[in-house]
Each structure stands twice: as structure tokens, then as C-alpha cells.
Design a protein around this ligand. Structure first.
Ligand code: CDP
Ligand code: MG
Length: 725
């Protein structure tokens, strides 16, 4: 099967007589340095399909308050359109063009690229802001951010008044944040244009005609933000919804028949190969295919789609190991991972060309499907799987499961091989399996726990959640279940209002509601120091790694940190050991050596140094938040009982008890689960546990758990367990 240039319904036609705006051109030339890299970037930009339709696009934005732009991945939407808007004057009076991305990696890498294209230092004119990492300043005019982050900004500035244009990028991904954001932006846009019609500023009154409420002004810091934002004159807000999938209808209909434009892409033919039989071990199949391509195929980099960090790290190690056994001349393969939790310097390495004579193999999550385009890819290896969230509102249980991709995902993935020339895609499943795939992925809002977004909507003053204008409504059961959970956590009052101070504090913390509650309670249990570490470590994925070949060795190493009470305290021990190690090193001055020593220490202990660094970053950020909130930062010292009791008081919905056959019954959902083999309590099997998450592979596993006393459940969470008895 070969696919080539696809037809477009309404392609943009490049205008021969089109001359870019003379002023804009002069500006750009001013920034041109003559370095070869800059020259190359200028050439690359000019050759992008989008370059020839700049003027048309700007005209459409000027004419339409809401515009839907659909275009092939790699055509230049994300990197170019914000620059077009900037040059067309959309950033006058200090206004900002904001672009949301479903993924932090995309926001960061794209911002870096655009800053470089513009010749500005990152964080100045062009910046990014993602949870736990902000690189913007007062002079930032083009701001990339995650969709979730913009939702949070709306808490501080309900009219998003500093933005002249907001671009919701990758809308086809339909993340829960994107969906909620679209509903919110619709209201904000309406409110801003109404206020102009009425000739009023937005700082008077708490409610506009749309029933869209502002935050309470007496809400400490939020109030001052409000006043600052609203002194500025109101101005209309332009919305652009961008998508890589061809179907713009859903978005157009949702925005009242908004205009949609298509950008003609460029796509070379890609040969698709299938396996003869289903593969039992897709990781192994991927490895074999990587080496086959490396040894037999023409030059060109390889992109492999894997399901998550753990898998990527494992495959990276396995490739390196196999490479070391090959003859020297066959070893010229450079392995580069790219996934969300990867520190950004390392993410950027995936975009650099491989050293001369080398072939690059990029191991990516589905981030590389449409969010980011890595140049040089000619071969795609697609096991056909993706890690997806799935939520069962009946059982109140969320799980992360690996599921087959949809057809449209498979097509996007193979398309990555045909960006710069003809390519090949190796699907690691038989052809008849492809036909069985769903056409497209179900929007996340239909398959996730809604507590988080509901808490945020409540904090934004949207009281009637069931009546909110969702692009696609989540089920009533899912909404009610999440409201119930928030109520049980004390975030909502009896009449479903945001509680004060608990609910408000929870909404302010950029964390899952349960984690937020745990931190708030921890200050009362005198163990906030410990809980901060636990939450940071749990937020960073896979701290330990257990390579199959060295499984026993790794387990022994992990034992030196193990706490008999469980994984939470074990994680705290690791964090503290790392901090001790690093603090001793800072006395020495050589930074590179310190870094090397740290990585060595991590390696010896089978700890993922990247994850640990990420956890330290997260820790620093949340600590800032809780300090601002005035929570008491105390340690329970040796008395970990306090910490475990605090876990019960906050994570009580994640309690499970042992059954006679050694399996566990999760109390809130009634599901039968097992302890994940990576847990320090895997063999001990205590009577009653609190777990952090439930994952479903072949079995239902609970991961990251701590031993607790079952009597604490009724004592510390009577709102739930007293009722049950
Ligand atoms: O958003 P869309 O998929 O339409 O394209 P884009 O992300 O704006 O990418 C346009 C071009 O910029 C691609 O050809 C990429 O190869 C290039 N790019 C890059 O070289 N380095 C980056 N960090 C980002 C984009
Ligand atoms: Mg894009």
C-alpha cells in the first residue's frame, strides 16, 4: 500500500504575485546574521508550504474572529503562524499571541525553535510556559504553553486580557484540557466582545451577560491580578483552532459555522510494510526491525513509536547493548529518546543532525505523531500501540492502559517518513489488523476522571458543570462521580460550591486534586516536608528501573532504600539520599564532574537520573506554591506514622484490603487487584494498603503503595467509610 499526495477540498493556492509585507521583510532582514545555520533556517522557512500563503492567512484572521486551520503535519503551522501574526501587528500595545499545545515537550521544543528562527533569546520575545517550568518575561509576545497551563492562567486572569490571539494547536488530539479550553475561550471571546459593544471595561461587576463569573475578588493574590489585568482597555480576542487531521467539521460546527481553511501540505510516497503474523513481543520485534533497517536500508533516520518512558529507556539500553556486540563499522547508530519527562536539553538533541556517517534512531512516544516534526526521518517503525487513559465512572477507577492506535494515528505515524522524500513505514502487525482499528481516537474527556477539570471550572465560576458547553459532553455518570469525589475530598460544599479555604487552595495547586489535598492535610499532620517529596517523586515517572537482564542486581540495589512500610517512604529515602549526595558534591566546584558522578551514583543504584532530576524540579516548584499559600512546612522526622496516617486521610479512595487468596480488593471500586512486582511490598502482602495508581496490563496492578492500619480508614475518612459500614 502506497499513499502519496492526497486531495484537499479547499487547498490554498500559492499566489504568484504575492509579495510579503515590505515592513515585515525589513524587520526580518535586520535580524539576519550571516551564520550558515541562520542561512539554513531562512532557507528552510521559505520552503515550508505555509510560507506562500502568509498574506492570505493573515487576511483570514483579520476577517474572522474564529478561524480553523487544517494542515498536514510539518507544513509549518505551529512554528510559522505565530510569527506571521507578530509581524502583522497582533502584538501591538504589549499584547501576546498565545499558542497552546497538548504536550509540554512540544511547547518547549517549538518555542526554542521559533526563538532561534526569530534570532531572539528564548524567554524574551518568544517564550514558553508549562507546568513546573516557565521561560517567559514581560517582553514575551509569542508564548507557547500547554493547554492545561492556559486554563490555570484563566484562574488569575478570567478574560485572558493580555492575549490578542489565542491559538489552540493540535486540536485534533482532543485532550481533556483542549476540550475544556475551547468551551472557556468561547465564553471569554463572547465576554470580551460584549464588553466592547457595551463600552465598558471588564473590571466592574462580577458577572458578565454570559453568566461567566469572575473569581472572587477577595481571593488574596488572585484579586490583585484581576485588578491589574482589568485596568487595560478591553479588546476583542481572536481564536484560531489548528488541527492536523482533515476533518474540520466538528470544530467548525462547535464554533457556530466558523470558517475553515486548509493548507496544502507536501507528502512523498511512503511504502507500508506489515508483519506476516501478529508479534507476541513488540519490543523485541521493534529491536529486530531497528537493526534490520540500520543494516539493510538506505541512509535516513529511524523513528520508533513506543508507549512510554519506561519502555523507551529499556529499548535505549537494549539497542546500546546489542550495538556494542556488532563489528565497529556497524556501530554507527545514535540513539535518542524523546518523551515528556525528558529534561529539555536532552529533548533538543533529537532535533540535531546525527554525526557524519551515523544514523539516528529516535525513540518517541506519540508526541512525534503530530506535535513535533523531527527532520531527517525516512523510516518509521510503528508497533501500533499507544498508552491511553481510561476511566470507568461506574467503578470510579482510572487506569493507564496500552491500546491499539486508531487508523488516523497509524496514518499520521507513517506520514512522518515521507516529509522530505519517499520513505518506509514498518507496522509491526498484520495488514488485516489495520482494517480492524477504530477510525479515530475517542476524545479524552469521554475516558478520563474529570475531578481535575471540574475543580478548575468551579474555581473559574462555572457552577453548572452539567450545562457547560462542552464540544462533546462527558457522560452524566462521569460528571456526577467526579463531583462526588471532590465532595469527599472536601473541595465542594453540600450544595456543590467550591469550599473555602480547602477547595480554593486545592484549585490553586497545579496538581491532581488528591495530591493537592494530601499537601494541605500534610501541613496539619506535620509531615509536609515528606509529602512534598512523595508527591514530587510520584509526579515524575519511573524512578527505578529494572532491566530484565540484571533484574536481581537491580532489586538488591533498590533494597538499600526500601522501607518496610512501603513505596512512598522508599521514594522519600531515595530522594533524600540523592540530596545528600548532591549537597556533598556542591562543595567541589567542577560542575561537569558532579553531574557525571551523580549519573554514576544513579546508575549504580538502578535509579533513572533523568526522572530524579525531574522530581527535584517539581519539588522546588510545588514547594514555592505551598509556601506562598502559607502552609506549615514541617517534618515528622522519624515518626513516619504521621505520614502514613496522612496518606490515609487523603488517598482513602485508593485503599485495598487483602483477600484470603492473596489478591486485594480495592474498597471504593470493589475491583480485584494485585500488587505490582516493582513494589517493595510485593512479597510482604500487608493486610491493608493505600495505593497511588491502578494500571491495567494483562492483570490489574496497583503501584506505589504503603501499608496502613484498616482502622484508620473509618477514623480518618469517616465521610466515606463510616457511611459504608
Ligand atoms: O505545526 P506543523 O506540523 O504544521 O509544522 P511545524 O511544527 O511548524 O514545523 C515546521 C518545520 O520546522 C518542520 O519541517 C520541522 O522540520 C521544522 N522544525 C525544526 O527543524 N525544529 C524544531 N524544533 C521544530 C520544527
Ligand atoms: Mg504543529
Amino acid at each position: 500500500m502506497v499513499f502519496g499526495q492526497r486531495d484537499r477540498n479547499k487547498p490554498f493556492v500559492a499566489r504568484r504575485n504575492y509579495q510579503p509585507n515590505a515592513n515585515a521583510n525589513a524587520n526580518r532582514n535586520n535580524q539576519t546574521h550571516s551564520s550558515p545555520r541562520r542561512q539554513k533556517i531562512i532557507e528552510q522557512r521559505k520552503s515550508l508550504p505555509i510560507a506562500s500563503v502568509e498574506k492570505r492567512l493573515i487576511e483570514e484572521v483579520q476577517k474572522n474572529d474564529i478561524l480553523i486551520i487544517v494542515g498536514e503535519t510539518g507544513s509549518g503551522k505551529t512554528t510559522q503562524i505565530p510569527q506571521f501574526l507578530f509581524h502583522a501587528g497582533f502584538c501591538h500595545d504589549g499584547k501576546v499571541v498565545g499558542i497552546t499545545q497538548p504536550r509540554r515537550v512540544a511547547a518547549i521544543t517549538v518555542a526554542k525553535r521559533v526563538a532561534e528562527e526569530c534570532g531572539y533569546e528564548l524567554g524574551q520575545k518568544v517564550g514558553y510556559s508549562v507546568r513546573f517550568d516557565d521561560s517567559t518575561s514581560n517582553s514575551t509576545r509569542i508564548k507557547y504553553m500547554t493547554d492545561g497551563l492556559l486554563l490555570r492562567e484563566a484562574l488569575l486572569d478570567p478574560y485572558l486580557s493580555k492575549y490578542s490571539v489565542i491559538i489552540v494547536d493540535e486540536a485534533h488530539e482532543r485532550t481533556v484540557h483542549t476540550d475544556v479550553l475551547m468551551g472557556l475561550l468561547k465564553k471569554v471571546q463572547h465576554a470580551r466582545s460584549n464588553s466592547i459593544k457595551d463600552g465598558r471595561n471588564l473590571d466592574n461587576g462580577n458577572k458578565n451577560t454570559n453568566g461567566f463569573m469572575l473569581l472572587d475578588k477577595d481571593n488574596g493574590q488572585n484579586g490583585s491580578f484581576l485588578r491589574k489585568g482589568h485596568r487595560e482597555k478591553s479588546s476583542p480576542l481572536k481564536l484560531i483552532i489548528m488541527s492536523a487531521s482533515l476533518d474540520a467539521r466538528t470544530f467548525s460546527e462547535y464554533f457556530g459555522g466558523a470558517k475553515a481553511v486548509h493548507i496544502q501540505g507536501r507528502q512523498f510516497p511512503v511504502d507500508i510494510f506489515y508483519t506476516r503474523r501478529p508479534e507476541t513481543d513488540y519490543v523485541d520485534a521493534a529491536l529486530i526491525t531497528i537493526f534490520q533497517v540500520h543494516q539493510d536500508e538506505a541512509p535516513g533516520d529511524i523513528l520508533v513509536f513506543l508507549t512510554g518512558q519506561e519502555e523507551i529507556d529499556a529499548v535505549e539500553r537494549l539497542i546500546k547493548e546489542r550495538l556494542s556486540k556488532l563489528p565497529q563499522e556497524n556501530q554507527k547508530l545514535q540513539v535518542l529518546p524523546i518523551y515528556a519527562a525528558l529534561p529539555s536539553e536532552q529533548q533538543m538533541r533529537a532535533f540535531e543532525p546525527a554525526p557524519s556517517g551515523f544514523r539516528k534512531v529516535i525513540l518517541a512516544t506519540n508526541i512525534a505523531e503530530t506535535s513535533i516534526t523531527i527532520p531527517g526521518i525516512k523510516h518509521v517503525i510503528d508497533p501500533g500501540l499507544v498508552k491511553a487513559r481510561s476511566y470507568d465512572p461506574g467503578k470510579g477507577m482510572e487506569s493507564l492502559i496500552v491500546v491499539p492506535t486508531s487508523k488516523s494515528q497509524a496514518l499520521q505515524r507513517s506520514g512522518r517518513a515521507g516529509r522530505e522524500g519517499p520513505g518506509k513505514c514498518f507496522r509491526l502487525y498484520p495488514e488485516n489488523e489495520f482494517e480492524k482499528l477504530e477510525d479515530s481516537t475517542m476524545p479524552e474527556i469521554k475516558r478520563c476522571n474529570l475531578s481535575n477539570v471540574i475543580l478548575q471550572l468551579k474555581a473559574l465560576g462555572v457552577d453548572d458543570i452539567l450545562g457547560f458547553d462542552f464540544i462533546e459532553k462527558p457522560s452524566r455518570t462521569a460528571i456526577i462521580k467526579s463531583l462526588e469525589q471532590l465532595f469527599l475530598l472536601g473541595a465542594l460544599t453540600d450544595d456543590c460550591q467550591l469550599s473555602d479555604p480547602i477547595g480554593r487552595q486545592m484549585a490553586r495547586l497545579p496538581l491532581d486534586p488528591v495530591y493537592a489535598k494530601a499537601l494541605i492535610l500534610a501541613s496539619q499532620f506535620n509531615c509536609l516536608e515528606e509529602m512534598l517529596i512523595a508527591v514530587a517523586m510520584l509526579s515524575a515517572e519511573s524512578i527505578f528501573y529494572f532491566p530484565r537482564e540484571k533484574y536481581e542486581e537491580a532489586r538488591t540495589a533498590a533494597k538499600s532504600f526500601a522501607s518496610p512500610e512501603g513505596d512512598h517512604i522508599t521514594l522519600i529515602n531515595v530522594y533524600r539520599a540523592a540530596t545528600d549526595f548532591l549537597e556533598k558534591r556542591t562543595i567541589e566546584t567542577n560542575k561537569t564532574k558532579n553531574e557525571k558522578d551523580f549519573r554514576k551514583w544513579c546508575k549504580e543504584n538502578f535509579i533513572n537520573s533523568r526522572s530524579l532530576r525531574h522530581a527535584r524540579d517539581i519539588h522546588r516548584q510545588i514547594q514555592g506554591h505551598v509556601q506562598q499559600m502559607g502552609l506549615k512546612l514541617a517534618s515528622c522526622g522519624e515518626d513516619m506514622l504521621q505520614f502514613r496516617r496522612c496518606l490515609v486521610a487523603s488517598f482513602f479512595l485508593n485503599a485495598a484490603v487483602k483477600q484470603p487468596d492473596g489478591t486485594y480488593r480495592a474498597l471504593a471500586s470493589g475491583q480485584v487487584v494485585q500488587i505490582h512486582p516493582s513494589s517493595v511490598l510485593f512479597r510482604k502482602k500487608p493486610e491493608c494498603i493505600i495505593f497511588n495508581e491502578l494500571i491495567q496490563t494483562n492483570n490489574k496492578y496497583v503501584r506505589d503503595l504503603t501499608r496502613v492500619d484498616n482502622l484508620w480508614l473509618t477514623e480518618l475518612a469517616p465521610q466515606f467509610y463510616a457511611m459504608q459500614n
